[in-house]
Write a protein of this length. Structure first.
Length: 532
């Protein structure tokens, strides 16, 4: 049951609905059907434009716990299979608001690409309600459906449809199917989905000419703590600022427990990401979200080619692209991503309820992952390459209090094995005795640190052999006018609070650079000649 506070908040959101929206629910019996009907009925009380219709759809809808949204008695292409609670409640509310006429969240350039799709695309997104990464994908697909009648989008709660999960060998979320075939699995970004979409619907990439965006004073690549801090500090100086981010929030969005952001005793990654967006929206900053930078041309004016096909020119550039999960690089890892190999315990942990899993890595990330998983799975084994765990002592103490967590140190992972398409064991070498061991299990969560996302500036600025961008005390790189900050740089201690400070510093340094390198104003005569 939804609380009165939630219902009152929904009444405020729903007052601007411009269309008649119906929740069309398949008739029949199901253990979760009453819960679903109760939720939808309560939501429908928040606006006269909302209604619940129980209907035999003659097999169109998956089961009695499946419903679709219609707009003014017309199909929208949006379907939910399961009770969209947990993190997916927001997906449902956004779908209602956007069907009702609210502005879509996708960048206009992406919207234009999706509108070009001229073939039938049926997307199914398998989720778990505890997955905080899944709503981004569900919400994007729902918007795709609203933009183009050729596209359908269905959210499927794996907890409600275990037979479907088993039948499709799904062991990680989100997993996206397109027209019955696996389209994307595991951690997937919207920018990556757009890229894949170009492979199946090449018409979206067709363009008569490249759009050139207005010249910017500062362009920030990256939407994590460092990038947002840089953008805000630059905007506060009155500069023209654009942020290009394939995923707003970056790695922070995947962090569930944050207790070391000074002045904020406790928060979560999704909450902090929301706060970053709210703060950024206080300033005149252009956000190009779900878009990547494909190419950078250096010079007094830097030219960026975006994945949307747009061209962006900027006087200064701040690289705040952060880092990604580091991979083990052993046989069986890449081959089994989404089938037993995972990098996000919060997203994929529920799929291993009552099973045995391993966490590779004994640093803070690894120990935190083991603690999270211990409440879900049967047993967790932490494998650490070094003789001792590297995590903070407070986390190690918590680890030793859990009876279903084992620790193996001096362990070098040799390979991950699988049978029938699913992980079944990990093979490792005891570095002290050089003996080989095999441990049967069902899942492996890799938590061995981060690798810098610096490919976009490869060959443009100097980097270490590890791919970290080399910067000075002001965040300046080897290339004039290009700055860097956060986890992608050589700055030690990859922490949120440090990234924010480094981003702020890079923006202030960029401002100083602009003061020292002003653009020469063209005379009125030159402007008139160019106009003629």
């Amino acid at each position: 049951m939804l609380s009165n506070d939630i219902l009152n908040a929904l009444k405020g959101y729903m007052k601007d609905l411009k269309n008649e929206i119906a929740f069309v629910v398949q008739t029949g019996e199901h253990a979760k059907r009453k819960e679903l009907l109760d939720m939808l009925t309560q939501i429908a009380t928040t606006s006269e434009r909302l209604s619940v219709i129980e209907q035999d759809t003659d097999g169109e809808l998956r089961s009695p716990v499946t419903f679709k949204l219609t707009k003014n008695d017309q199909e929208t292409g949006i379907t939910f299979s399961g009770v969209p609670g947990g993190h997916e409640f927001n997906s449902l509310i956004l779908a209602i608001l956007q069907t009702g006429g609210s502005q879509l969240k996708l960048d206009e350039s992406i919207q234009n690409m999706v509108k070009k799709v001229n073939s039938k695309l049926d997307f199914q997104v398998f989720v778990s309600l505890s997955c905080h990464a899944c709503p981004d994908v569900v919400q994007a697909m729902n918007q795709f459906a609203l933009l183009n009648d050729n596209i359908n989008a269905e959210m499927i709660d794996g907890g409600v449809y275990p037979d479907l999960v088993s039948e499709n060998n799904i062991q990680g979320v989100p997993t996206v199917f397109l027209n019955g075939e696996v389209f994307a699995s595991g951690k997937v970004e919207i920018a990556g989905i757009i890229e894949k979409l170009g492979n199946v619907a090449p018409e979206i990439l067709a363009s008569d000419s490249q759009t050139r965006l207005p010249l910017q004073d500062v362009t920030v690549i990256g939407g994590g703590p460092a990038g947002v801090a840089a953008a805000i500090y630059a905007a506060r100086k009155g500069l023209k600022v654009t942020v290009v981010a394939d995923r707003f929030g970056g790695q922070v969005k995947d962090t569930m427990g944050i207790e070391n952001l000074i002045s904020v005793p406790k928060t979560t990654g999704p909450e902090l990401t929301g706060s970053l967006m709210e703060h950024l929206n206080d300033y005149e900053v252009t956000l190009k979200e779900h878009i990547r930078v494909d190419k950078i041309e250096k010079g007094d004016i830097k030219t960026l080619t975006l994945s949307s096909g747009e061209i962006l020119e900027t006087r200064t550039l701040i690289i705040a692209t952060g880092a990604n999960w580091r991979e083990l690089g052993v046989p069986g890892e890449k081959e089994n991503i989404g089938n037993g190999v995972a990098y996000c315990p919060h997203c994929d942990g529920p799929f291993y309820k009552g099973k045995d899993v391993a966490v590779i890595g004994g640093g803070n990330s690894g120990v935190e992952a083991a603690l999270d998983l211990a409440g879900i799975v049967n047993n967790v084994t932490v494998f650490e390459f070094l003789p001792e765990l590297k995590a903070d002592q407070v986390l190690i103490e918590q680890l030793h209090k859990r009876s279903n967590i084992n620790v193996i140190t001096n362990a070098a992972t040799k390979q991950i094995t699988a049978s029938d398409g699913k992980v079944d064991a990990i093979e490792y070498i005891d570095r002290e005795t050089n003996e080989e061991h095999r441990q049967p299990l069902h899942g492996v969560f890799v938590q061995i640190g981060l690798v810098p996302n610096s490919k976009v500036v490869d060959g443009i600025v100097d980097m270490t052999k590890y791919g970290e961008i080399i910067i000075n005390e002001k965040g300046l790189t080897s290339e004039p006018g290009i700055f860097a900050c956060g986890d992608v740089t050589t700055v030690p201690y990859k922490q949120i609070v440090i990234a924010m400070g480094e981003g702020s510093k890079a923006a202030l340094a960029a401002f100083d650079y602009l003061l020292m390198n002003p653009i020469e104003e063209e005379s009125e005569e030159v402007k008139e000649e160019q106009a003629a």
